[in-house]
Ligand binder design. Sequence first.
Ligand SMILES: [Cu+2]
Length: 145
Amino acid sequence: MDREFVTLFNIFDENQSWHLDHNIAELPEKRTALDRKDAGFVESNHKHTINGYLFGSMPMPTMKIGERVRWYLLGLGTEADLHTPHWHGNTVTVGGHRVDTVSLLPATSVVADMVPDDPGIWMFHCHVNDHITGGMTARYEVLEK
Ligand SMILES: [Cu+2]
């Protein structure tokens, strides 16, 4: 392999955070009376992450056209952590199949091999719709040789 990347797909439940009380106390005064049981508030604290990053903020895995790239996809979490890592722009092989999306269950891993042939900055994200809108999106970059 020329390059290897490890990505963890996980929904962190920050309602369970030891810092929740402190973080609420830091909010502007008008919001300190918020209802911790409010469904919208509870959902807003479910952080849909790749390597702990949200909404394309993950440092970009970067590779060159023609390199042999191995992706290690890791899943953890609960029954909500049914993820479908998906690459735009290039495909991977998994178990002899050429795909652009893989299935990833909690406490499992998948190894996907890529030889990128399409340069650019591409999206890499979970394809479950509410995980996309929850922020489980990243980018990767393929450079010309
Ligand atoms: Cu997902």
